[in-house]
Design a protein around this ligand. Sequence first.
Ligand code: NAD
Length: 286
Amino acid sequence: MTLIDGKALSQKIRLNVKKEIDVLDSIGITPGLAVILVGDDPASKTYVSMKEKACEEAGIYSIVHKMPSSISQDKILEILDMMNHNDYIDGILVQLPLPKNINTTKIIEAINHEKDVDGFHPFNVGRLVSGLDSFVPCTPLGVIKMLEEYKIDPKGLDICIVGASDIVGKPLLNLLLNAGATVDICHIHTKDLKAHTQKADVVIVGVGKVNLITKEMVKDGAIVIDIGINRLKNGKLVGDVDFENVAPKCSHITPVPGGVGPMTIAMLLENTLQAAKNRKKKKEDN
Ligand code: NAD
């Protein structure tokens, strides 16, 4: 059984990103990321401070707009408009979830799609579905990079994704389909989850339910990617897979923590670097 080391891979990627940024920086282009954080959800605050720190280490200029949950939708739109027109900002990220009184779709649609480093804007979603170049959501992109690193070619594989959210399952479905896999996607209404996971060469789960995937649900030699993040009462972080019992059956498996998690931030840095390179190219073409 091979443990897929997302921590090591993410560090390698972050180093490469930093090297490229140093070169851009030397010619006067410093990638910039604007983060919008609304409210005081503790998990969101933690994610945002991790992103800020990662930007600093990579040499990305970042600004965080922190706003109270009482802020109006119009005020957020106003700040987005400012960021859309700020030439020093290459990427814009709105930390989700937003408070219930805010229309998330409207906010995402207001981001200039050329700065949509989270890949949530319908423009980028549409391009991804069509197999065209686009910004791709960071977590699914991180999963693809892990498969690449471990020489796992999705072409012709039977892949079962468990979890069908807009930010995890659906983009992964499209990425894997575009890469030639046969993809099965399951969700809360799936009648017999085991029937789907059991026949898959690769099981990828992102649900948020401890021990959802047990050893009876995966075939011998399967590859298992665990995107789930759950905090137990004792403070320990675990994924959605019963790791201890599933791992011995697998050819490859990701741990939690140290698997997909660190890849997500590395992909955000890569997407922001890409946005800055696009700015450079645009400048040169003009
Ligand atoms: P979500 O709540 O938006 O979506 C959950 C999905 O799981 C839905 O499609 C739902 O239908 C499905 N689901 C729920 N219960 C199910 C069940 N019993 N059987 C099958 N499917 C079921 O969540 P999300 O934002 O996509 O996040 C999912 C998990 O991934 C969470 O644990 C989250 O913390 C984690 N996550 C991790 C990263 C990372 O960087 N590692 C990034 C994003 C999300």
